[in-house]
Design a binder for this molecule. Structure first.
Ligand code: GLC
Length: 755
């Protein structure tokens, strides 16, 4: 008997050792993922699909959880579009961990320079890598449906092609470092008001042609590692629970092979999220893992659905630096990146007005610098899109750095006022400080006497108009989109006094989005839209004002005469949020996209509605002529060329937009649609460059709801080479001999009438 016991014990011991040895050997590798999935317990699987706390990179937004037993490491997810967002200091650590504050998304897009944007993405990705993160939660790429959306600064444009091409370049740049991105917020996160619950009701055509198109282009052309499903509902379902969005369209139609993570929300219907194809719940809470285990055990959630998400998360993890045990140094080249941000910011600035060649400043030594934002320049927006940067150069510092003096008396006045206002605000700082960021200080009134004295002492007046916005709230019309009465009075008094003295007035717009310009743009001599240009902002503006850099940015969205001119304004939360239908609040619980595909210039240009500054508009210190438009058929569409010549007296770059007017008949379409764009290199006076635009028949297609297909109508397309949507410099004709048709799935139907 005893012998049998010994044998049994030996056998058991051997089995344990074998199992243990086997378990010890089984560590995650790129080529054993299926075996790992089979080996994982249900609890381990549930843990892997839900984020968890991390201390590896303090200040990073989130993480995936480690399963140490199987050699599965934590991976680190960190914001944001304008630069890496982590804590700049750590307890008991004398090192600092600042990241570079790059220009905001809108400023990057305004360069229309995909090579430059890729270079910025590469620089940001280097900081992600060297500070030990694995994914950058960017690019933000929702459409500018309304100028009042609080997060427009993080996004690129009112146009899906600009959005798609800029996001593609940014993604390639970041991921060239061997780290990932997260395209966000997928999809139709077009307002911040009630962003967690609002149901965005959109036609299938507008959804496909506008709100999804940029994501589609980036998924197909840049292969992002991850996508972030948005907070909001879309046509009746949370995007995070929409299989039609996250599997049928994203994976089955577009071929996306990465992972989908939720935006940072608490537990929702975790089982439904997994069934939809949402692989990872962030930031994650144990209750979500518990729900997965319980729902599998109860049979409400198929283990096959769980295993599919687990497999995809593991396929993501094996790509990460953390899995590869990359030895990051916490010392990215911040100095080199500061130079990149300074130069890219200048290229995104848009010269809106320059009467009598006021700019660049010539022979000017002393400037009267007005506007509180001149002394407190806004580098970027607030919320998760903000960056803990080492400094921000304000305009005073930038001008001084360029050898220009600002009148001391005026500077003293503003600095005293700034100190007083900051003390007052500090006393009643809103809770959740970091999230709301620094408030823009209220503008200071300046007496007419002071202004008159300044007009005697200085050669030029510069006035900065600043605006701030960020996630969690949308912008207002009064005193935000529109100028405040103090700003309006100050501008009027400045122009009266300086013009009486025969001296010019220059306005700098330091915002993350559009403001009203039509009512006052006739007053100053020059207007430079600087956007929120990153930490080197003041230097970048000075580089343009002095002519060190010739501005070449162009608008990626329309500047309307009035915000209510936008058709989307009829269905956007404008503060009066109490209109209810069946108990649901219009523009809060649901938002009807009744403007359909007519967003931005698609509306203004098609309906011939006057604007203050059109889509694609931007001046230069030089001039350009366009010649030799040509087009030739290619295997899948056409290739068009245009020759651009610098016909002015200083070197400069030109952005050429290629619009297409479709043949008459068939689906109703906008009068023209942007299909491609290109930017010249720096052309010296007299130099020319021929730009090439490649457009496929699929690119020309519109989405036909009756056929649930993309259709490129056969017939004559008019190609329009534009310096803006309203400034067409050359045309060419392209004949599509055969109709093109691409079947799609009939999904995401609107759940409320859009009539
Ligand atoms: C935020 C934002 C998202 C960000 C995430 C992590 O709420 O919506 O853009 O990446 O949470 O901070």
């Amino acid at each position: 008997m005893k012998q049998q016991h010994v044998l049994a014990a030996t056998a058991l011991l051997f089995t344990c050792f074998a199992h243990r040895a086997n378990a010890q050997q089984l560590r995650l590798q790129p080529d054993n993922i299926d075996r790992i999935v089979q080996t994982m317990t249900l609890e381990e699987k549930a843990q892997l699909l839900v984020g968890g706390a991390q201390s590896l990179v303090p200040g990073a937004a989130g993480a995936t959880q480690a399963i140490t037993r199987l050699g599965i490491p934590q991976t680190i997810l960190s914001d944001g579009p304008a630069g890496l967002r982590i804590s700049p200091t750590r307890e008991n650590d004398s090192n600092t961990y600042y990241a570079t504050g790059f220009p905001v998304g809108t400023a990057l897009a305004s360069t229309w320079n995909t090579q430059l944007v890729e270079a910025v993405g590469k620089a940001i990705g280097e900081e992600v890598l060297q500070y030990g993160a694995d994914v950058l939660l960017a690019p933000g790429m929702n459409l500018h449906r309304s100028p009042l959306c609080g997060r427009n600064f993080e996004y690129y444009s009112e146009d899906p092609i600009v959005t798609g091409l800029i996001a593609t370049a940014y993604t390639k740049g970041v991921q060239s470092n061997g780290v990932g991105v997260s395209l966000k917020h997928f999809a139709v996160n077009s307002q911040e008001t009630n962003r967690m619950g609002v149901d965005e009701i959109v036609s299938q055509r507008a959804l496909r042609e506008l709100y999804l198109k940029g994501f589609e282009m980036t998924v197909k052309n840049a292969h992002p590692w991850t996508i972030m499903s948005s907070y909001n509902r879309l046509n009746g379902s949370f995007t995070q629970e929409s299989r039609e969005l996250l599997t049928t369209i994203l994976r089955d139609e577009w071929g996306f092979d990465g992972i989908v993570m939720t935006d940072w929300t608490g537990k929702r219907n975790t089982a439904a999220q997994i069934q939809a194809g949402n692989d990872l719940m962030e930031p994650g809470a144990p209750v979500q893992s518990e729900e997965i285990v319980a729902k599998v055990k109860s049979g409400e959630l198929a283990i096959a659905d769980v295993d599919l998400c687990v497999k995809r998360v593991l396929e993501y993890i094996v790509k990460t630096p953390r899995f590869k045990e990359y030895r990051y140094n916490n010392k990215p080249d911040l100095k080199a990146h500061a130079a990149i941000t300074r130069n890219t910011a200048t290229e995104g600035m848009v010269l809106l007005k320059n009467n009598n060649a006021t700019l660049p400043l010539k022979g000017v030594k002393k400037i009267a610098l007005f506007g509180i934002t001149s002394y407190d320049f806004i580098a970027g927006g607030t919320g998760s899109g903000d960056v803990n940067k080492p400094y921000t150069i304000d305009l005073r510092q930038g001008l001084n750095g360029a050898g220009l003096e600002v009148t001391q008396s005026l500077e003293d006045l503003y600095l005293k006022y700034k100190a007083y206002q900051e003390a007052r605000i500090a006393a009643d700082r809103r809770p959740g400080g970091w999230f709301w960021g620094k408030a823009v200080l209220p503008e200071m009134s300046v007496s007419r006497n002071t202004i008159n004295r300044q007009a005697q002492e200085a050669e030029v007046a510069v006035l900065t108009l600043g605006r701030q916005a960020g996630e969690g709230g949308d912008r207002k019309i009064d005193d935000d989109f529109n100028l405040t009465s103090v700003e309006r009075q100050l501008l009027q008094d400045l122009c009266d006094a300086f013009h009486a003295a025969g001296k010019p007035v220059i306005v700098i717009i330091n915002t993350g989005g559009v403001i009203e310009t039509a009512s006052w743009k006739a007053l100053p001599d020059a207007i430079l839209l600087a956007w929120q240009p990153g930490q080197e902002g003041g230097n970048s503006v000075a580089d343009v004002l002095t002519g060190k850099e010739n501005p070449s940015g162009k608008l990626t969205m329309t500047f309307p005469i009035a915000v209510m001119d936008h058709p989307s304004s009829l269905n956007f939360p404008l503060g009066n949020n109490d209109m209810r239908t069946n108990g649901k609040r219009k523009n809060v619980d649901y938002t009807l996209h009744q403007e359909d595909i007519y967003v931005g210039y698609r509306y203004f240009h098609t309906r011939n509605k006057e604007v203050s500054y059109p889509f694609g508009y931007g001046l230069s210190y030089t001039t350009f002529t366009y010649s030799k438009p040509a087009v030739k058929a290619t295997a899948d569409g056409f290739s068009a060329t245009i020759t651009v010549k610098n016909s002015g007296s200083v070197a400069g770059k030109e952005v050429v937009q290629l619009y297409v007017a479709a043949p008459e008949g068939g689906l109703e379409k906008p009068s023209c649609e942007l299909k491609s764009f290109a930017k010249t290199r720096l052309l010296q006076p007299g130099e020319q460059e021929t730009l090439t635009f490649k457009v496929s028949a699929y690119d020309l297609a519109s989405f036909d709801e009756a056929l649930q297909s993309w259709v490129s109508a056969k017939g004559k397309y008019t190609l329009q080479f534009g310096a803006s949507v309203e400034d067409i410099r050359a045309t060419a004709l392209y004949n599509l001999a055969r109709e093109g048709s691409w079947k799609a799935h009939d999904v995401l139907k609107p759940t409320m009438s859009l009539k």
